[in-house]
Design a protein. Structure first.
Length: 232
């Protein structure tokens, strides 16, 4: 009985230690955002705690968040809110191929990521959900690629939606948006958001009898709405 009690206490102690270390990790990451100059010191401690095989010399500069990511990974992950607070986490490219879901890739993207859509027809509608990301074809400067990379809304709504305060750091580029149908704009619905939309083909969409722009497949804007359209 005594041994069992000791083992139970040990398990509880280990669990408490892990919880405490996770809390320290969260606080350290948030402080790194508020006070970037402390990043190197904070991360050095995190690395020694969570990844003993990594060295403090891995921290090359206050703006190098790769070590923070290594610490988060070694700790078994962090709350998405904490992860999204890291402003200069190394951005990554997320590729989407025919048969995969663009929206699924958007949902998994983090601040600064680029979702690259390969040529093909994607029958779905997408929503940026306020994310600071770029969604584009493999080559927005090639008209043939743009014409061959299609988001087909299948008459189920606006092909692309921006309604969560997106700004110019949210970019849509080099895609064909078609077959959308919505009173809010068949091609794009943008409400109190200001993304950049560049080098896109917006055609074959239907807007219900509302503002003239909606009938053309463009956003039925709720002013003020500084939408940026570039060579569309």
């Amino acid at each position: 009985m005594c041994m069992k009690g000791k083992r139970a206490n040990l398990r509880l102690s280990q669990s408490g230690l892990r919880s405490g270390l996770r809390m320290v990790l969260g606080i350290a990451v948030i402080m790194s955002v508020l006070m970037p100059g402390l990043v190197a010191v904070l991360v050095s401690g995190l690395i020694l705690t969570y990844a003993p095989r990594a060295q403090a010399s891995d921290i090359r500069a206050p703006g190098d968040y790769s070590a923070i990511q290594a610490a988060i990974d070694a700790a078994g992950g962090a709350d998405p809110l904490i992860t999204d607070l890291i402003p200069t986490m190394a951005p990554k490219e997320i590729h989407v191929y025919p048969g995969e879901s663009i929206q699924g890739k958007i949902d998994s993207a983090h601040r600064g990521d680029t979702v690259i859509i390969h040529e093909g027809r994607y029958v779905e509608v997408i929503d940026f959900k306020g994310k600071v990301i770029t969604v584009r074809s493999i080559d927005p400067n090639d008209p043939d690629v743009v014409a061959a990379t299609i988001i087909d809304a299948n008459q189920t709504g606006s092909a692309v939606t921006f309604t969560n305060g997106e700004d110019t750091r949210s970019v849509l580029s080099g895609l064909t948006l078609q077959n959308g149908k919505s009173a809010s704009g068949g091609g794009i619905y943008c409400n109190y958001s200001s993304p950049i939309i560049s080098k896109c083909i917006i055609s074959g969409n239907t807007g219900l009898p509302l503002p003239p722009m909606a009938a053309a497949g463009l956003p039925a804007s709720t002013p003020p709405n500084p939408l940026s359209l570039h060579v569309c």
